[in-house]
Design a protein around this ligand. Structure first.
Ligand code: UT7
Length: 334
């Protein structure tokens, strides 16, 4: 059986930086509250006047990842595209990426696993490569949150945490043993689906696109039971790490770098303490980008790689938790 390894990484965030101070001018919040509760200083927002799109961000991140992989779009055999903020209700953003670059008429799979989306995508890519069906797979996580946040008092706990951006990884098949993705672990618990969700538009509504119905309930904005999500995140993320360590017979200290989904810096720090992970072995960049959902792990991984924090043969553990609830981990030998 083949193994799959990451050979190219890239990310893109739009130019428009929105600081906590900027947010405090348009809504009832403060820099102090945001920093203390989340660790976030700023996030990047899309600009409609620049014609920014979710798939456009995906293109920019993919171009960098492909260049670093020394591949062209036509070499890719499969696109896996993770997002919770797709360009359209349908079709998925994967096909919009497919048409925007020089890809062949390859399959484009859209993944709906929210903050765990990139991890699900990585695992899907890995399975197709392991079986020998595909050689080169592009996995993208991309989000535009800022166009659909509730900046009123009711939604402010959600609005302050999210940011826009995209990340991409190119995976390829290798015959090297004990290299690349060693294992991936995916979970869901749908009984909490409505604790972090956007409920509109939905196909079971009487009139799914009735703006009055949406506005009346505020249901087209994300809703989040914040403290509940927090509690589950700090339980499920460590479980996912344990699972990845156990599957590979590893101790926590053998991992060279932990790359968490950047949900909230307090969540990351709680997990960090639990495993006694020193600062230099964990990626924390939420202060610059906010929570970018499916994009957060590929952005964090790319930044770490660019900074020289990942060396050949290093063990890298990725983990995520988010809406669904979904959670996931992967152990990689670089
Ligand atoms: O990506 C994965 C999914 N998401 C997450 O992992 C996020 C998990 N949850 C969290 O990170 C935290 O729950 C939040 C950062 C979202 C919120 O922090 P919290 O400590 O749970 O705050 P809270 O929502 O319980 O609100 C505490 C207080 C409330 O005031 P009172 O009732 O104590 O007077 C809120 O009204 O803070 C108030 N508040 C704010 N104040 C200023 C809520 N949001 C804000 C705000 N600015 N933006």
């Amino acid at each position: 059986m083949k193994q799959s390894k990451i050979i190219g990484l890239g990310f893109y965030v739009p130019e428009n930086i929105v600081t906590n101070h900027d947010l405090s001018q348009k809504m009832n919040t403060t820099n102090e509250w945001i920093v203390e509760r989340t660790g976030i200083n700023q996030r990047h927002y899309y600009s409609p006047e620049n014609n920014d799109t979710n798939y456009g961000f995906g293109v920019k991140a993919s171009e960098i990842a492909l260049k670093r992989a020394n591949l062209e779009a036509k070499d890719i055999d499969l696109i896996v595209y993770a997002t919770l903020s797709p360009d359209y209700y349908f079709p998925g953003s994967g096909v919009l990426l497919q048409r925007s670059m020089d890809f062949r008429n390859i399959a484009a799979i859209d993944v709906r696993a929210q903050c765990s989306g990139f991890m699900y995508g990585l695992s899907i890519a890995d399975q197709f490569i392991k079986t020998g069906m595909y050689k080169n797979v592009l996995v993208v996580g991309s989000e535009i949150h800022s166009s659909g946040l509730d900046y009123s008092d009711e939604g402010r706990h959600v609005a302050v945490i999210f940011g826009d951006g995209a990340g991409a990884a190119v995976l390829t098949a290798t015959d090297e043993k004990n290299k690349g993705i060693l294992s991936s672990h995916l979970h869901s618990e749908g009984k909490y689906a409505e604790d972090l969700a956007i409920l509109y538009p939905n196909s079971h509504a009487k009139d799914k696109f009735d703006p009055n119905e949406q506005k009346a309930g505020g249901k087209f904005y994300p809703i989040m039971n914040g403290s509940y999500v927090f509690k589950h995140a700090v339980t499920r993320m460590p479980e996912a790490i344990e699972e990845a360590l156990n599957a590979n017979n590893l101790k926590a200290e053998e991992v060279a770098l932990y790359v968490p989904h950047q949900a909230n810096d307090r969540i990351t720090q709680t997990v960090q303490k639990r495993f006694n992970i020193p600062d230099e072995k964990i990626v924390r960049n939420i202060h610059n980008y906010g929570n970018t959902t499916a994009a957060s792990i590929p952005i964090a991984l790319t930044e770490a790689w660019e900074a020289g924090r990942i060396k050949e043969n290093d063990l890298v553990c990725l983990f995520a938790f988010g809406s669904g609830f979904t959670w996931a981990s992967a152990m990689i030998r670089w």
